[in-house]
Structure formats: structure tokens, C-alpha cells
Design a protein around this ligand. Structure first.
Ligand code: ARG
Length: 464
């Protein structure tokens, strides 16, 4: 006699049910219920294939199909009773199916195992998230392109070491992020193409003796092909790791941009004004408008990369094939996915709403001797002074301006000629910030014409 409380899926071998602690550590239903739709899609494909190959009857397959649709509607309608005793989403669905259709439900699990089932469900879930990430990235890129187009010729300081370096254009700065999120997009697409092989039919680890058709289930579930090695198919979580590493790199990009927005929106910079819709106030300091959305986006990289690290550690010592350790994959991926999508959407909203303060940007662009390189380049180009000497002459002029508390264009021609006799009035033509950016016409440079060309190229990429 088996104990009443022993498991209905494997109770045959067991005399007693699990300890409460065992149930608590073992159950995944609390989180893997998020894969219910994927689990039912996988089971429908499997049942249809079992009928097509003559492993089960058409009548049984039809009963299973209808029963699964009922289960799905119960889950979607919120009436489904999830049970921890039934451990995970796979057994919850199958047990309910049995209640609804009776005996044919017991034939669904022919020629498959929870090992290939969970790998299939999870892949389908991750694939949906890669598609969502693609949409989120595209929307963010479009928002950045609008900013770049509007401000293709707005001058601002370009920084290295967060010290004023050379003037750049607002559009150029926005387009730098378009390149970064564009690489994220290409990583997402690569990951999707690489992961799109079906584990279903790998069974527990060795394949099955039933005459199943793995091509058929792969096709039904939108996979390009069945995975070629059953051991690998059930033990592979590369798709989850690649999702997390792609998300981590993207989160780094989001975080860097968020950091710039935090700095730029401060009273000391005033480069941008963030909209009220993406800011909060202070309960005690009435003047404050805080860039909370940007700060939270900046922080999200912590948990996303944490998830990446966690799953790497879970996987690193596992022998082939399936080990229960792998159940720890889902919460990491779920949390990272939720937060990546949220961060992408929040960043898109902020970029759409923010306004660049053109005057502040221009005023800052001219400060900090930002056209010193242009002065040195003029000496080289016009007077044929070797660059190292030109660098030295310019340094002397910068020191002179600094001492007087003025900027380079405020020095007189006599001042300049005192340092190098050959300097002419023409030098003032390169000292303006506008002249400086307009002259940076090298491919990928900051000149407005280059920025507009890059915006046009990206629009073509997105349209094609
Ligand atoms: N809940 C399990 C997981 O998430 C399903 C697979 C269980 N397979 C097994 N042999 N115990 O990994």
C-alpha cells in the first residue's frame, strides 16, 4: 500500500510523502507558473505529434487538446488552483488535465520527460523576452534618433575624464548611444537565432524508443530545428546565460546613460530638463526635482548582472545531463527580464520627454578652453609648425588666458603674436565652437553633417 500523501506522478515507488521542508525546497510552482502558456503550447504540440505518429489515438489527442485549452483558460481566468504538492507547472497542468479528461491525460507524457519539457518551456519563455527586448531597444533607438535629429548642430562640451575636452554636438552624443543600443539589438538577434532549436523529444536524457517526430514539434513551436544531441538538449542553459549576459551589457549602457542624465539634470550642469512625468519631488525641500527614474535605471544593472553571475555559478560544475540545480535558473531570468524591460521602457520615456537646454549646452561648450586643439591644428595646417611645438605654443596661450581669467578667443592678436610671431587674424576663425564642430568632418566625427548622415543611415537600417 502506498501512502495516500505520496506523489501521484511517481508514488509507485514511494511509501511516504515528502517532509514539509522537502516540499518547500523542491517546489518551483511559486515562480514557474509564469511559464504556463509555454507549457501548454509544448504539450499541445507533443500530443498532436504523438497522434500523427500513431503513438496515441486521434481521439486521445483530441481529448488532450481540448482539456489543455480548458486548463489554459482556467489559468488565464485566475480560477486555477496551483498546488505546491504538485511541485511545478508541468505537474500542476497535467494533474488538472487528468481531473478534466481522465485516462487520456496519462498518455500525454509518452516519449517525453519533464527534463525536455522544462527546457522547451523555458526556451519559449526566453524567446518571447528576446522579442520584447528587441521592441524595447528599437523604441529607445527611435527616441534617441529624434533627439539627435533635432539637435544635430547644437554644441555642447565633449568630455574625457569628465574634463572639458573638445566641443561636440548634442546629436553626436545621442548617436553614440544609438550605436551602443544598436549593438545590444544585434546581440539580442544573434542570441535568438542561436537558441532557436527544440529540446522537445530529447526525453529524460537519451532520447526515446517511441517513433516520435521531433521535426514536427520543433516546427509547431516555431523552432528552426530540433536540438541535435539529447544530452545537450536537456542540460543546456546557454540560452538563459546568453540572455542574461546580453541583458547585462545592455543594462551597463542604460546605466551609463542614466548617470549622464543625473549629472546633466543637476543645477550645476543644467544641460537637460527631465519631464515631471519621470521625476519626483522631495517631501522636505520644495525646490527639488529628483531624477529618480534615471537613478533606478542606473541601479538595475546590479540585479541584472547579479542574475548573470548567479546562473553562471549554478551551471559551472554540473555534470551532464539534467540536475535539479537547474531549477534555480528561472527566478534569475524572470527578475532580470522584468527589470531590463522596465529599464528600457523608462529610458525611452525619459528620452522622449527630456529637453536639452541649448543655451546652457552652448555656454558650457565654449568654456574650459575647449577649442585649444583647433588652435594647435591651425598652427600645424597654416604655419606648418610641427604638432608637438604647436601643442606647446597653445599650452602657453591657455596658461596666459587662464591667468587673465578669460577664454582663448578673448586674447588679442598681439598676445598671440607675442608667443608665436607668425600667427595672423585668421586664427580667430577656428576658435569659435561652431567652427570647431563644423570642421570635424571625418567619418563618424561630430560635424552636424556627419551626425545627419548617421541619423539617415540608422533610419534606413530600421526601415529595412
Ligand atoms: N521543476 C523542474 C525544473 O524547473 C522541472 C524538471 C524536473 N525534472 C526532474 N527530473 N526532477 O527544472
Amino acid at each position: 500500500m502506498t501512502d495516500q500523501s505520496s506523489n501521484q506522478m511517481w508514488g509507485g515507488r514511494f511509501a511516504a510523502g515528502p517532509d514539509a521542508i522537502m516540499e518547500a525546497i523542491n517546489a518551483s510552482i511559486g515562480f514557474d507558473k509564469r511559464m504556463a502558456a509555454q507549457d501548454i503550447a509544448g504539450s499541445r504540440a507533443h500530443a498532436a505529434m504523438l497522434a500523427a505518429t500513431g503513438v496515441i489515438t486521434d481521439n486521445d489527442a483530441e481529448a488532450i487538446r481540448e482539456g489543455l485549452l480548458t486548463v489554459l483558460s482556467e489559468i488565464e481566468g485566475g480560477t486555477f488552483q496551483f498546488s505546491t504538492t504538485l511541485e511545478d507547472i508541468h505537474m500542476n497542468v497535467e494533474a488538472r488535465l487528468k481531473e478534466i479528461i481522465g485516462e487520456p491525460a496519462g498518455r500525454l507524457h509518452t516519449g517525453r520527460s519533464r527534463n525536455d519539457q522544462v527546457a522547451t518551456d523555458f526556451k519559449l519563455w526566453v524567446r518571447d523576452q528576446l522579442d520584447a527586448a528587441e521592441s524595447g531597444l528599437l523604441a529607445l533607438i527611435r527616441a534617441l534618433l529624434s533627439q539627435a535629429e533635432a539637435g544635430a548642430d547644437w554644441v555642447m562640451p565633449g568630455f574625457t575624464h569628465l574634463q572639458t575636452a573638445q566641443p561636440v554636438t548634442w546629436g553626436h552624443h545621442m548617436m553614440a548611444y544609438v550605436e551602443m543600443f544598436g549593438r545590444d539589438l544585434s546581440r539580442v538577434r544573434d542570441a535568438r537565432a542561436r537558441m532557436n532549436e527544440s529540446p522537445l523529444g530529447a526525453a529524460a536524457l537519451a532520447g526515446t524508443s517511441f517513433p516520435i517526430d521531433r521535426e514536427m514539434t520543433a516546427k509547431a513551436l516555431g523552432f528552426d530545428r530540433p536540438a541535435a544531441n539529447s544530452l545537450d538538449a536537456v542540460s543546456d542553459r546557454d540560452f538563459a546565460l546568453e540572455f542574461l549576459s546580453t541583458a547585462s551589457i545592455s543594462a551597463v549602457h542604460l546605466s551609463r546613460f542614466a548617470e549622464e542624465l543625473v549629472i546633466w539634470s543637476s543645477a550645476q550642469f543644467r544641460f537637460v530638463t527631465l519631464s515631471d512625468r519621470f521625476s519626483t519631488g522631495s517631501s522636505i525641500m520644495p525646490q527639488k526635482k529628483n531624477p529618480d527614474a534615471a537613478e533606478l535605471i542606473r541601479a538595475k544593472v546590479g540585479r541584472i548582472f547579479g542574475a548573470n553571475t548567479a546562473l553562471m555559478m549554478v551551471m559551472k560544475g554540473l555534470p551532464l545531463a539534467y540536475s535539479k540545480d537547474m531549477q534555480e535558473d528561472k527566478e534569475q531570468v524572470f527578475d532580470a527580464a522584468d527589470n531590463w524591460m522596465l529599464a528600457l521602457a523608462a529610458m525611452e520615456g525619459m528620452v522622449k520627454d527630456m529637453s536639452a537646454n541649448r543655451e546652457s549646452l552652448a555656454a558650457a561648450a565654449g568654456s574650459g578652453f575647449s577649442t585649444a586643439t583647433d588652435l594647435a591644428d591651425w598652427l600645424v595646417r597654416v604655419l606648418k609648425v610641427p604638432f608637438r611645438d604647436a601643442h606647446h605654443i597653445t599650452g602657453t596661450l591657455v596658461a596666459m588666458a587662464e591667468k587673465r581669467g578669460c577664454d582663448l578667443p578673448d586674447l588679442t592678436l598681439e598676445d598671440m603674436q607675442g608667443v608665436h610671431a607668425g600667427i595672423t587674424e585668421d586664427i580667430f576663425s577656428v576658435l569659435g565652437v561652431e567652427n570647431s564642430v563644423n570642421s570635424r568632418m571625418s567619418y563618424g566625427g561630430t560635424a552636424p553633417a556627419q551626425v545627419r548622415a548617421q541619423v539617415a543611415r540608422w533610419k534606413e537600417v530600421l526601415a529595412g
